[in-house]
Design a protein. Sequence first.
Length: 372
Amino acid sequence: MPSVLGADVGGTKIAVGPVDPFGTQLAPPIVDPSRTEDTESFLTGLETTLRRAMAQFADYAPRAVGLACAGTVDSDRGVVVTSPNLPLREVSLAAPLRETFGIPVILENDANAALLGESVAGVAQGLRHVIMLTLGTGVGGALLLDGRLYRGVGGAAGELGHTVVQMGGLPCRCGMKGCLEMYASGPALARYAGARVRDPERDPGDVLLHLREQGMLSGGAVARLAREGHRGAIEAVQQLAEWLGIGLANLTNTFNPEMIVVGGGVGELGELLLHYARKHLLKNAMAPGKDQVRVTAAELGNKAGLVGAGLAAWDLVRSPSAAPVGGKAAAPGAPAPGPATCAPAADKTAADEPGLEEPASGGPGFEKPAAG
Ligand SMILES: [Zn+2]
């Protein structure tokens, strides 16, 4: 069985496993902690993990490696330009790894990888016009237009979290004000819940208040409470859905997509969130686009990065000329996958890590939860 290795390279762990051309994970992945003290430790750790994976998955004869990282990733040069969770600034990864392992290596932005995964092996299989929104600590995005990832003139397309939805709104870490990320991320969900403390009807038993006092009022905590039927938490989800609906409407009017896939930690709320978000989409978007778009929760969950990285590696194997780095060593004649995917190359900032565990007050640019 031919394979490539897909690697989800995150700020806390690196997961590597063999992936077939259809986006199936062929074996349980190796998972190692990421070493993020400094660049050199990180690179040593990554190489060690990949070496272990090469040995463990030798039976699958890996023909290429794909790495998915958060941040601005220049796939053409094989360089991580900057990353919110890795100690990498203008660090070349693909070329040295190709040298070490003797097979092609490609880097991919994590949101692009997630969309690739969903379009080949997930909820968007066979579709050609798909938008991905990942709602976590940040809000990331990716665009599949006419069956290809769209990257823009400088590779920076798809920064959907930094589209302005509120003029003069909350300051964002990107330096602008009123970005969608400030209203539809995990920290935003925690903030909305935090505004409902000391209200016996909305926060019975002071659950939210106690979480806040312990510094544990995170998006993930609010999501759990919402699933349990906590009124204040459900209202916080509805408030987020209203902003999300505006974002979805803007995307619908701009791209007329078949589907918008909502992923990330907040996206895992599924229908609890999307049911309300669709109503606001319908209120704010135009026909016929608003009636043609399906808004769906992502299917691959935390597998998306690894699978998508593997699929980017398959693209590299199939069309080595599309990617300068590692391209010369690519082997021809790989099996064709299902639907058309994309040419490898990415250069943009995606969502951060799933991010629901971040306290609402954490992180630059996020205001503190409202004092009760
Ligand atoms: Zn922003």
